[in-house]
Structures are given as structure tokens and as C-alpha cells.
Write a protein that binds this ligand. Structure first.
Ligand code: IVH
Length: 697
């Protein structure tokens, strides 16, 4: 550390840093007008983190450093809610009558005569996320919990601290205890942006905003939650001390907003059932333009005194109701059934529809998910179907309307009829590249087997082929692959080897020097190993280790390409699923053609190099497990040395392990090795073992 502080200077410095960072945060997140450069902000942030680490006694529950997420938890602690978190009764009639019935019920329960004035209600949206409770003590956020069963929830404080919307300290004169109830949710546009980035990182996208919110809040690693676009709306209270409550719910929401808590602007105070129904309609019409999902509205008797008089029936207040919207569904006609090919080659049937307006948008396509689903629902061209747009984005076909199916008389019996169209079946050839379509073992997923040639898969195939552990073409990353494939001149990995420097410079819009470097990297990759080459092909279910095993077992590419399932299953660790993927891959003529072209282009390795029989490496048959950080060797380097010497690496310690090579911070694997009495060696011993064995052979 460059600066040395005593505790009181540190306190002053920490407080100043916190104030400054909070001010920048407000400018950035609330006003959307950043006041510092990123690098400067990062420097302030790191300075604060360093000071807090040095003076742990100065930690504060509202420090901005807590926004980035602390240490992962093993499990959530339980939280007993002092005031239970209730649910709301749902009005089953989704029409205007639903609102009138609630109003009538409340009036009856309050024993109001028909002549009494209309009742006042607070009307809000019913947010589609996860209910949480925030506990503020003297204005400082100290604990956040999920609803759980209503009485006991989970302590998700760390995750909720990462939600920028949630103030870590309340504005103004906060009471000693204030528990705020509300909903953690995600905006649709932010979810879509997050998903785009997640896909680019090769991670699974979030299914929809509700799952996204619930899943993120219930992450054990707060750093994961910190990366998710979570937001929060307050809609009620839990336990409170030392605060005089306002007279109405609407004033309560205004007070929460004044404390700095986010309260949804789409709310109203209305009178009587009529106006409730009008609010329901008005919000329904706005659904598509409001950036987050809500599946209905909530009505609450506005007067807190009347709420108290009405009380509860079991776990539900008599003074509130959720009035939902009907699921957005519509009828239309299927004009065709198309097949989409995804980036991994998976085939998805998609119904092409006569355009129909559902839930605020015009829908022309609806997914049928997969062949089994399409058959189960028995969707055929010409059918009238019901399509639904749920909270998530892709509309789906719910069911067909059987009585509307086009029929024709049977030729042999004029009184009987049969459907005009046959049942749907996926094609046997990929609609994008004509390669054979294969069904995965027992799976419902049909896949194009033309991994090396299919335009739908080309980007993934190229990136994988060029990867560090595959052909290792330095500099051929995401952006270049995008440009090369978009140019239409690189349709398969083999095309890479016919690119000239000027062609590269033009296609990738890069300078002469960069193009030369890339061309050199491509040329260099021609000298590889059989194992890397097999891995680079991107055969489904064939990772680096399997590729190594295959290279060693077969020794020659030709032998591998000719192997049938039985021959493949003779390789240790190759089961029926992997064997089938390999057979399918090489059975596809398009793939074989690309391999031919690669070899003609000069891609080579010494055949038989990895062969098990000859010559055996000094560590032949020895199984190693690497754990911890080795002082002088990377994991990859150590692995490569073991490989080159004929040994194997495994990720788990078992009785079959011969050596565990342990570095710094070796944990559970080391413990297990000791328990199983397996030889544990350090880096120096490992290197001398390689040399010894090398000398001996
Ligand atoms: S008030 C005593 N208001 O709906 C009433 N709940 O069944 C307590 N919800 O999962 C809830 N929007 O998270 C209330 N404006 C709103 C709401 C709302 C969504 C959720 C709540 C809970 C469920 C209640």
C-alpha cells in the first residue's frame, strides 16, 4: 500500500471515498450522466476496497463496495419474518366483473349500506418477479429476505445489496426499524441485452424475467447476482417501530418513495368498482409499452384503518385482491411449418402463421419446440391453432382447433374423411446445408450432422477450429470469424487455408501487417497433432480428452474415420453416445470432403504419433491428477508434458490415480489422495520423474 494511515485518518478517508463513490453512482445510475471516467472510478473503488480490507473494524453495511457482491455462501441462513409475508387472493373473473365483485365483497364485509359513498382504493401493478423483504435499522439496509413460506424465508442480503435500485441508506429521518416489502424484477429489454451477452460468453440465457429475477436472487454467489440486471419496486410494509404510519396506502407509498425507495409510477387512487375496472383496462392497454412484465393489477383498500377492520382470512388480507389479465392468446391459421437450424445444429420446427395480434404485438411465427412436441400437438399446415405469448418473448402454439382441420373424402369410402395434410415430420436432410439429420440417443433433439459445412453452424465451427486447444490460430477470434463468415468466402474451416494476404486484408478490413500476421498464424497451424486435429473438428461430445484418447488408440485418422461403434467403444471412456456422435460425424460426406480439403491444403501431423503401442512413452499408462497452482508450470503445460510422455490426466482422484501433483492451495483433491494413500509429488519431483522415466526408456 502506498499510503499508510492511522485509524482516524483511515476513517475520514474511507468516509470521503464512500461519499464520492455514492455521488458518482447516483450520477451514473439515476441521472444517466456519468461524472468521472471509468478508470478514475475504478481507482476510487479499489482504494476504498483496500482501506476497508486493512481496517475491517471500519466496515459499514451501506458501503458501496458491497454492491459488487461478497464471498459465495454455502447455503442461505433462515429468516423468520416478524410480520408474515402474505399472499393475495386472485380474482378469477379477468373481466370488468372481477373488479366489481371485489368492491362488492369489501362493502359487504364492512357492512356498508348501498347508499354509502364509493370506497377509495389504491390500484397498482402486479409485478411478475420475486417478493422480498428489506430490513432497515436507523435507515441502514441490514438484511434482505425472500418470502419463503411466508413465515420463514432465506437471508439474501448479499444479493439484494447488488441491486442498484435498493438504497443501502434511506434518505431523511428514518425510523429505528422499517421493513419494506416489494418485488425484485427484471426489465424485458435489460434481460434481452443480458441474454445476448450471456450467449456470446457461451452461457445459458435466462428463460424469462420472472425466472431471471427469482434465479438471480437465489444465487449463492453474490457476484453472479451482481452481474444480473435486477431491479426493485416497493409496495408495502413489514415490521415497523417508531414511525407514525400515514392514514392511507397511497400516502405510505409516497413516504417510501421519499425515503429513496423505488415505487412504480403506474399507480392510482380510484373510487368504486367501476374505476378499478377502468384502471385494469388502462394498464392492460399499456402492457406492451411498459418495459417490465406484470400479469395483472392489485387493488388495495386505501384507508389503513379500514384495512385493519377488514383483517385477514387465513393467509390473505380481505382488503386486497389481484385482478389478472387473461393469458394473451389468439386464433390463427398455420400457413406453413418451417425448420430452423440453431448454432449447434439443433433443428426446431416453427409454425408460420397468418399474422395475428396477440398481447400487443403482431405474431407471424410460433415455435413448436421440437418434433415430438409438434407431433404431440399434431399441428399440420392449414390447421387453425391457438397461439400464446407468455411473459417470455417467443410465441408458442398451444393447441390446434380440431374441428377446423381441413379434411377431404377418402377415396375408398366417400362417407369417411381424412386430413388434407399428413402429420408433420422433420426432414431427413438439413434445410440449410443438406447434411443428414441425426437424432440423439433417446433424445427429442434432431441435429444437422454437417458440423463443418452447415452455414448455421459455421461461426461456431470456425471459432472452435481456431481455438487455442484446437488448431491454435492466434488472432482468429470472434470478430474476425464474424467478418470472414459474413463475407461468404469462408464457409468451412478448409477455406481458411486458401486465403491470401490481400484477400484477408480486404475481407477482415485489416491492415497489411495484421493480415500478414494472421496468414502466418494460419500457415503455422498446418503443423499440428492428430489429437488437436480430431478435437478441432468439433465432433459432438468429443472434447479434448476424448480426442487425445482417440488419437492414441487409433494412431491414424483413416482408422478413426473407418471405426464402427463397437471399435470406438473399445477406447476407454468412450460410451455409446460418444461413439454414435463420431460415427454420425464421419458418415456425413460433406464433413469428409472438408477433411480431405484440409489435408490437401497441407494440414499435417506425424501419423501414428500418439499411438499406444509404439513407441510407449515413459509414463505410459500412468494416471495423474493436477491440483493447486504449480510454481513454474501452467496446468496446460504440465498436461502436455504428461501427454507427451504417454501418461493420462484425470480431474478426479480415485484408486486408479498413480500420482497427484500438488501445488500451492491444493485442497480437497490433496486430502483425498492422502486418504487413498496415493503418491503425492510436487513440481520438482514431477519434473525429475519425467526425466528419470525418460532416461530409463
Ligand atoms: S401486496 C398483503 N402488491 O403478489 C399483500 N403484492 O400473492 C401482500 N405482488 O408474490 C402483497 N405485485 O410479491 C402486493 N403491487 C403488489 C404486488 C404484489 C406483485 C406479488 C407478491 C406476492 C404475490 C402475492
Amino acid at each position: 500500500m502506498s499510503e499508510a494511515f492511522d485509524a482516524s485518518t483511515a476513517r475520514a478517508r474511507i468516509e470521503a471515498l464512500r461519499r464520492e463513490i455514492e455521488a458518482h453512482n447516483r450520477a451514473y445510475y439515476e441521472l444517466d450522466a456519468p461524472t468521472v471516467a471509468d478508470a478514475e472510478y475504478d481507482a476510487l473503488f479499489r482504494a476504498l476496497q483496500a482501506l476497508e480490507a486493512e481496517f475491517p473494524e471500519l466496515a459499514a453495511p451501506d458501503s458501496p463496495t458491497l454492491r459488487v457482491g461478497g464471498k459465495p455462501l454455502a447455503q442461505f441462513a433462515q429468516v423468520r419474518h416478524d410480520v408474515p409475508m402474505l399472499s393475495i387472493q386472485t380474482e378469477t373473473d379477468t373481466g370488468a366483473r372481477g373488479a366489481e365483485q371485489f368492491d362488492a365483497r369489501v362493502r359487504r364485509e364492512l357492512a356498508l349500506p348501498d347508499t354509502a359513498a364509493p370506497l377509495e382504493y389504491a390500484a397498482e401493478l402486479k409485478f411478475d418477479g420475486l417478493a422480498v423483504s428489506l430490513r432497515y435499522e436507523h435507515g441502514v439496509f441490514v438484511r434482505g429476505a425472500t418470502r419463503g413460506d411466508g413465515l420463514v424465508g432465506e437471508d439474501v442480503t448479499q444479493n439484494l445489496r447488488t441491486v442498484r435500485d435498493i438504497p443501502l441508506r434511506l434518505n431523511g429521518d428514518a425510523p429505528p426499524l422499517l421493513e419494506v416489502r416489494g418485488e425484485a424484477y427484471m426489465r424485458r429489454d435489460e434481460l434481452a441485452r443480458y441474454n445476448e451477452q450471456a450467449r456470446a460468453r457461451g452461457e445459458k440465457p435466462l428463460l424469462n424475467p420472472r425466472n431471471g429475477a427469482a434465479g438471480s436472487i437465489r444465487q449463492l454467489d453474490p457476484a453472479v447476482a451482481a452481474g444480473r440486471p435486477l431491479k426493485f419496486f416497493a409496495y408495502g410494509l413489514g415490521a415497523v417501530t417508531g414511525w407514525t404510519l400515514p392514514a392511507t396506502h397511497s400516502e405510505l407509498l409516497a413516504a417510501l418513495a421519499a425515503f429513496g425507495l423505488p415505487v412504480c409510477a403506474e399507480r392510482a387512487v380510484v373510487c368504486g368498482g367501476h374505476e378499478l375496472a377502468a384502471f385494469h383496462d388502462r394498464m392492460g392497454a399499456l402492457r406492451a409499452s411498459i418495459p417490465f412484465d406484470f400479469d395483472g393489477v392489485v387493488y388495495k383498500v386505501n384507508s389503513l384503518a379500514l384495512q385493519a377492520r377488514l383483517g385477514f382470512r387465513s393467509r390473505e388480507p380481505r382488503w386486497a385482491v389481484a385482478h389478472k389479465y387473461p393469458a394473451a392468446e389468439a386464433r390463427t391459421v398455420v400457413v406453413g411449418i418451417g425448420v430452423q437450424v440453431g448454432r449447434t445444429g439443433a433443428l426446431t420446427p416453427v409454425a408460420k402463421l397468418q399474422p395475428v395480434f396477440v398481447g400487443g404485438v403482431t405474431v407471424t411465427n410460433a415455435t413448436l419446440h421440437n418434433e415430438d412436441e409438434a407431433r404431440r400437438k399434431d399441428v399440420r399446415v392449414g390447421d387453425t391453432v391457438i397461439v400464446r405469448r407468455a411473459g417470455d418473448v417467443i410465441p408458442e402454439v398451444v393447441a390446434i382447433v380440431p374441428e377446423a382441420r381441413p379434411m377431404k373424402p377418402l377415396a375408398q369410402d366417400m362417407f369417411a374423411q381424412e386430413p388434407v395434410q399428413p402429420p408433420f415430420a422433420l426432414p431427413d436432410a438439413c434445410p440449410r446445408c443438406g447434411s443428414r439429420v441425426v437424432r440423439e440417443e433417446g433424445g427429442t433433439i434432431a441435429r444437422c450432422s454437417g458440423g463443418l459445412v452447415c452455414p448455421a453452424q459455421v461461426k461456431g465451427a470456425l471459432l472452435h477450429f481456431a481455438g487455442r486447444r484446437a488448431m491454435d490460430i492466434e488472432g482468429l477470434g470472434d470478430k474476425l470469424v464474424e467478418q470472414l463468415s459474413a463475407s461468404g468466402q469462408v464457409k468451412t474451416p478448409a477455406d481458411l487455408y486458401s486465403l491470401t494476404v490481400p484477400a484477408l486484408a480486404a475481407l477482415a478490413r485489416m491492415g497489411e501487417r495484421s493480415a500478414e500476421n494472421l496468414a502466418a498464424a494460419i500457415a503455422k497451424s498446418k503443423h499440428s497433432t492428430l489429437a488437436r486435429f480430431i478435437f478441432a473438428l468439433g465432433i459432438r461430445n468429443v472434447g479434448e480428452t476424448t480426442a487425445n484418447d482417440l488419437a492414441r488408440h487409433f494412431g491414424h485418422l483413416a482408422a478413426l474415420m473407418q471405426a464402427d461403434a463397437a471399435a470406438l467403444e473399445a477406447v476407454p471412456d468412450v460410451g455409446p453416445v460418444v461413439a454414435e456422435s463420431i460415427v454420425d460425424f464421419f458418415a456425413e460426406a460433406h464433413n469428409r470432403e472438408v477433411i480431405e480439403r484440409l489435408i490437401t491444403a497441407g494440414v499435417q501431423w506425424s501419423e501414428g504419433e500418439g499411438r499406444m503401442a509404439a513407441p510407449p512413452g515413459p509414463l505410459a499408462g500412468k494416471v495423474f491428477v493436477l491440483t493447486g497452482t504449480l510454481p513454474g508450470l501452467s496446468r496446460d503445460a504440465a498436461k502436455a508434458m504428461i501427454d507427451a510422455a504417454g501418461g493420462k490426466t484425470s480431474s478426479a482422484v480415485s484408486k486408479r490415480t498413480d500420482y497427484v501433483v500438488a501445488g500451492e492451495d491444493a485442497g480437497a483433491k490433496l486430502a483425498r489422495a492422502q486418504k487413498l494413500d496415493i503418491t503425492v509429488i510436487d513440481e520438482a519431483e514431477f519434473i525429475s520423474l519425467l526425466q528419470d522415466q525418460g532416461d530409463r526408456s
